[in-house]
Design a binder for this molecule. Structure first.
Ligand code: GKR
Ligand code: MG
Length: 434
């Protein structure tokens, strides 16, 4: 029997898009009216198409463009070789290149992820298996997600910016409303849970003085009761003292506390002082961070993200490391569409355990870029696609429209500080605030 090779990469199409995003607040400022994503399509010499989606910046897109000449002609199954070729060209990145903002600003990890996911989509199509099977097989049919609440200004984002569409109904209307205090946060949670059926709730903190955010958490506890797990994420803006004080206050109501403070050592200090588990997508964000994380004991739960851990297979490796060292594993997100969600769902389905519902920003987006339209959630969970590959196909009309948004919106990278300064002149991001 002859061993097969290929298919081989024949084309890589990189399309930056801009998707409508409401005025959400976070530690770094304010979301712009559009969030940037990049859609990658790999087409093989036998005309099979594989797709992926990553956070978009002009810098990542430029490096992706540069990687094209290195990848054309390579066998899509040779993912180890593809990774090595990219490391050889771009070198490795340090933790400092992640940056201090809530989101990860490294380039290479995003490029790996974009290429790997598109190749896995193709491999799935060639072998007739869903991506989850390429990750070792399905451990569950439905992947649970958590509600992800944001403080926000009134507004729908996109062309409406701070304006609203009076015809909107249900969650589409609630998504436009302001949420600047505990009462409005509870209203947002009720509307989001009514629409998507989420059974856990996360609040993005680091926006207001800590006691206001703690009050919001207690208001959510009052409204939803003890059976709905709650988390809050101040994105490392608190001092150790503040985190211990408010961490202790919230011990009776939190499932976990996410990145209360900056850096592994500070996290370890807080972790020793409070009973609630700590989670992170900020202090342990790459394999290089693991030894120090284990040495100091910086967190209980790592919030993985295949977009910046270097892809789906790397996330499976991380899951093994977490199992070895007694870390829980869950998932972080950023504003995204259905190609990313599909990849997150395949990964979530393959993980040995999913003890915590995963994060997703999906409810905040109204656009979609896959032909089947927007994913539906049942009781907060998404059914794992069963078709070969990711199980989603690119909607080319939507791609063209969202690319046009990118061209007209004029954004080339995410900068929440600048957006915030448009509302509060002189506002400055502080990496530790309270
Ligand atoms: O969308 O503003 C946001 C979040 O703050 C996001 O950028 C974070 O990376 O969701 C994230 C987190 O959990 O830190
Ligand atoms: Mg976080």
């Amino acid at each position: 029997m002859n061993t097969r090779t290929g298919p081989r990469i024949n084309q890589i199409i990189i399309t930056p898009i801009a998707i409508v995003d409401p005025p959400l607040l976070n530690a770094a400022g304010l979301h712009a009216p559009y969030a940037l994503r990049t859609i990658v399509e790999i087409i093989t010499d036998d005309n099979i198409s594989g797709i992926s989606e990553i956070p978009g910046t002009a810098a990542i897109d430029a490096s992706l463009n540069e990687s094209r000449e290195l990848l054309i002609g390579r066998d899509v199954f040779q993912l180890n070789e593809i990774r090595q070729v990219l490391v050889n060209r771009f070198g490795t990145e340090s933790a400092a290149q992640r940056g201090e903002a809530p989101w990860d600003q490294r380039k290479l990890v995003h490029i790996f992820s974009a290429i790997e996911v598109a190749c896995l989509d193709i491999i799935g199509k060639v072998t007739g298996r869903p991506v989850v099977d390429l990750l070792g097989g399905k451990m569950r049919d439905r992947v649970p997600f958590s509600a992800y609440l944001f403080y926000k200004y009134e507004g729908a984002g996109g062309p409406l910016a701070f304006g609203t569409d009076p015809a909107a109904q249900g969650w589409a209307a609630a998504r436009q409303a302001s949420a600047l205090n505990p009462t409005e946060i509870v209203a947002q949670a009720k509307a989001m849970c009514a629409e998507f059926g989420f059974q856990s709730i996360k609040l993005k903190g680091g926006v207001f003085e800590p006691q206001q955010e703690v009050d919001a958490m207690f208001a959510l506890y009052e409204a939803f009761g003890p059976d709905v797990p709650l988390r809050v994420d101040p994105n490392a803006l608190w001092t150790v003292e503040t985190a211990i004080k408010h961490g202790r206050q919230m011990e009776p109501i939190l499932e976990y506390l996410e990145d209360p403070v900056r850096g592994q050592k500070n996290m370890a200090e807080v972790r020793k002082a409070i009973k609630t588990p700590l989670a992170t997508n900020m202090c342990t964000t790459s394999f290089e961070d693991i030894p120090a994380s284990i040495a100091v004991g910086s967190e209980d739960i790592i919030l993985s993200d295949h977009h910046f851990w270097g892809g789906l297979r790397a996330s499976m490796t991380l899951s093994g490391i977490c199992e070895t060292f007694g870390r829980g594993l869950s998932m972080h997100s950023n504003s995204h569409l259905g190609i990313s969600l599909a990849a997150m769902v395949h990964l979530g389905a393959a993980l040995p355990q999913v003890p915590y519902a995963l994060d997703t920003h999906y409810p905040w987006q109204s656009d979609e870029i896959i032909t089947a339209g927007r994913f539906t959630f049942e009781e907060g969970a998404v059914l794992v696609p069963q078709e070969p590959g990711l199980g989603v196909e690119l909607d080319r009309e939507a791609l063209a429209r969202l690319h046009q948004n990118y061209l007209t919106c004029g954004l080339t990278k995410r900068d929440d500080e600048i957006e915030m300064q448009k509302v509060q002149p002189g506002w400055k991001f502080q990496s530790v605030r309270w």
